[in-house]
Design a protein around this ligand. Structure first.
Ligand code: GLN
Length: 194
């Protein structure tokens, strides 16, 4: 099978870690900072970082509309943490976002940097089965989801932390910061469907 070429939005944040995992699982990873770099990609990852900074830089680099067009083209897109915020329709605050996923998120929902935490999650779509160690850093939570949104994972208290809507997938946590490649592989398998 042809190697998939995946772009990682590299305006700010931990794009390098995503690229490393993608290469490890056999994809080609390329950094995206300019609209023309979205051409010929099979998928796109929007990493963790600071969503307000993404918004500011994406506006400056004239990336907002090209990114939206990429997302609506149907190719798989994964947003992690700030990437989830950047994809969401409702972020509760006025800041430039792509606004495509029918979810309402709450930024910094678990508190400040010192309140960052790690926990083991059930993510039933992942294979092989088994808990997924998830790292939350000033993470958002999903307050509510629209009709077409599938919930992929919740904390024990019911808080939604991973969602999927058509070709768009988003997590509150950072799957790129552990050695567990299952979430990236699951997402990439969707990127390889005809
Ligand atoms: N708190 C950040 C924001 O609001 C997200 C943090 C992260 O990506 N680790 O954008």
């Amino acid at each position: 099978m042809k190697t998939k070429k995946i772009g990682v939005l590299a305006l700010q944040g931990d794009f390098y870690e995503h690229a490393q995992i993608l290469r490890f699982i056999g994809a080609e990873a390329t950094e995206v900072r300019l609209p023309e770099q979205l051409k010929n990609l099979d998928g796109l990852i929007i990493p963790g970082g600071e969503s307000t900074t993404f918004g500011k830089l994406a506006t400056e680099f004239k990336l907002i509309e090209p990114l939206r067009a990429f997302c609506v083209s149907g190719k798989p897109v994964l947003g992690t943490c700030a990437g989830m915020i950047f994809l969401a329709k409702d972020v509760g605050l006025k800041q430039p976002v792509l606004g495509l996923m029918d979810v309402k998120v709450k930024r910094n929902a678990f508190g400040r940097q010192v309140d960052s935490f790690e926990t083991d999650l059930q993510i039933p779509v992942l294979e092989p089965k088994g808990l997924f160690h998830a790292v939350f850093i000033r993470a958002p939570l999903v307050e509510s989801v629209g009709k077409g949104v599938e919930v992929l994972a919740k904390l024990d208290d019911g808080t939604i932390v991973a969602v999927q809507q058509g070709n768009l997938m988003a997590t509150s946590f950072h799957p790129e910061l552990t050695q567990d490649t299952r979430l990236h592989r699951y997402w990439l398998s969707r990127a390889t469907k005809p």
